[in-house]
Design a binder for this molecule. Structure first.
Ligand code: 1GP
Length: 222
């Protein structure tokens, strides 16, 4: 999943969502759903959301942020790894501990690493991951490290909660050869979706779902 998605919605298991909104989101023209969030992710709320989304035919992936809330039955699993942190725990430390515990149960064909550059210093994920601000001068080096040295399938430019800087996305695009670029943060209109969609292979809309279903659906681009 994601490689063939121009637009995905991110649903947060810790947030309430009405049946009407969920139905509108799942029956929309979006290419997929990612279930993921930063705080209060539990096995119960993930399972509950999965069973509600599974009534529809839209593909659904889990972004694993809590190792005790991994639930079978998703189409794919993403393991986030923050690359602009100096605390290795947030890049691969937690992942290694999870592999130690659950590695024997994993089907690696269903799991992808999702390398993040967190660009919004105000967002929860930035603080939680002890992320470090990336200057425009340093940005190409981060992108080259991920795209050309680690050669990861994805690179996720995260502005969670705020709309990002198109200049940043232009630099990311210009320096990426093979990694699939994902953009997320503050998309609440068609114009923003189209603008970020010029640089990113996939755009992610999250918060807007909980503000206005109608506006959320307008962010879908093909
Ligand atoms: C969050 O990138 C996603 O991880 C989407 O961001 O919630 O700001 O739309 P928003």
């Amino acid at each position: 999943m994601l490689k063939n998605c121009k637009h995905v919605f991110k649903l947060d298991p810790a947030k309430e969502i009405s049946e009407e909104t969920l139905t509108g989101i799942c029956e929309s023209q979006t290419d997929g759903i990612i279930v993921g969030g930063t705080d209060n992710i539990t096995e119960d709320n993930v399972l509950n959301l999965l069973s509600r989304v599974r009534r529809f035919s839209v593909p659904v992936a889990l972004e694993i942020t809590a190792t005790d809330a991994v639930v079978p039955g998703f189409d794919h699993y993403f393991v986030p790894a923050v690359f602009n942190t100096e605390n290795i725990k947030w890049q691969h430390g937690i992942l290694l501990r999870a592999l130690e515990e659950f590695g024997h149960l994993l089907d690696y064909s269903q799991v992808s690493l999702l390398p993040y550059l967190i660009m919004n210093p105000e967002c929860k994920a930035f603080k939680k991951a002890e992320a470090k601000e990336i200057t425009l001068e340093m940005l190409p080096h981060y992108v080259n490290m991920i795209d050309k040295l680690y050669q990861t399938p994805f690179i996720y430019i995260e502005y969670s909660g705020t709309y990002g800087d198109p200049q940043v996305m232009q630099i990311v695009r210009d320096n990426t050869q093979t990694s699939h670029i994902v953009y997320g943060g503050g998309i609440s209109s068609r114009a923003q979706a189209e603008e970020m969609g010029q640089y990113a292979d996939t755009i992610v809309a999250g918060n807007i779902i909980y503000e206005s279903k109608k506006q959320a659906i307008r962010t879908i681009i093909k």
